[in-house]
Design a protein. Structure first.
Length: 276
């Protein structure tokens, strides 16, 4: 069973509050499921980079364990097209002309390290937060780092944008691989830093991961949430740095053990600090 089938079957089997928030370039559904009730409200999104599809399985673990404080909307597989390209290669693509374009963008037929979506856009560089100013940004479609024609040019990023605006969360979490680090800062004003850092430290205590600054990064979902939504937002790089992309099932248990309580502990710290 591929990762999209796994998430789709899990979604279909649940009786919780859930919804389809949009579609990918290749018209695959983007699923969202809710855990918990009431405030504070968070959004946790996973697998926005294709080769990081193992984080979608972490999302299922988070769903099963739930939260004790407030609620979270989980978006387990933001980039289904990229995930299937990384997992299954060109057999996940039906159209022959599309296959030819993808091969040209990728520089070959091995898509295991593919991060982008079905149009060769790096979705985590397609948000309107200093868009195009990242140190690794490119202006051509490829496996990674292409920013797209404009912010939110892709159906996946637009879907996540609209969903975030609708839910209006108190904070967001983005799960990536790898490196075991937490990014929490994106030029937010000094008055916001105390709360944001205290929440990041709660995640750090929960996971054992240190806080870091993503120098030269721009255009990410976390960045947009901090700069435009004015809310705390965190990127968690799960999985030991010594592991190879894409991280497989062998690395999943360690990721779950270290990140299994992260959402719970974040919500608990926010309630302690803010009383919601």
């Amino acid at each position: 069973m591929d990762i999209y089938e796994e998430i789709e079957r899990f979604y279909d089997s649940t009786k919780t509050e859930k919804r389809i928030i949009g579609e990918s370039v290749f018209h695959r559904k983007l699923f969202a499921l809710k855990i918990g009730e009431g405030a504070p409200v968070g959004i946790a999104q996973y697998a926005i980079h294709g080769r990081e599809f193992i984080t979608a399985k972490l999302a299922l673990h988070h769903f099963k364990t739930g939260v004790k404080t407030g609620s979270f909307w989980l978006v387990p597989l933001v980039n289904p097209d990229g995930a299937l390209l990384s997992q299954k290669g060109l057999q996940s693509v039906e159209d022959e002309e599309t296959k030819k374009r993808l091969i040209a963008w990728n520089g070959g037929e091995d898509f295991s390290l593919w991060k982008a979506n079905g149009r060769g856009v790096d979705l985590n560089q397609n948000f309107a937060a200093r868009w195009g100013k990242g140190s690794k940004n490119t202006r051509e479609a490829g496996a990674e780092n292409y920013i797209g024609e404009r912010p939110f040019s892709e159906p996946e990023t637009m879907a996540l944008k609209r969903f975030t605006e609708e839910i209006s969360p108190n904070y967001t979490v983005s799960y990536h691989t790898k490196g075991e680090e937490i990014y929490w800062y994106f030029y937010q004003p000094i008055y916001a830093c105390a709360l944001d850092k205290s929440l990041a430290l709660a995640i750090s205590r929960s996971t054992g991961y240190p806080l870091c600054f993503a120098k030269g990064s721009a255009g990410g979902y976390k960045d947009w949430c901090i700069e435009k939504r004015k809310i705390p937002s965190f990127t968690i790089e799960a999985g030991a740095d010594g592991l190879s992309h894409p991280i497989g099932e062998a690395g999943l248990q360690d990721i779950i053990e270290k990140n299994g309580r992260a959402l719970r502990d974040l919500a608990k710290e926010f309630q302690r600090r803010c009383g919601n």
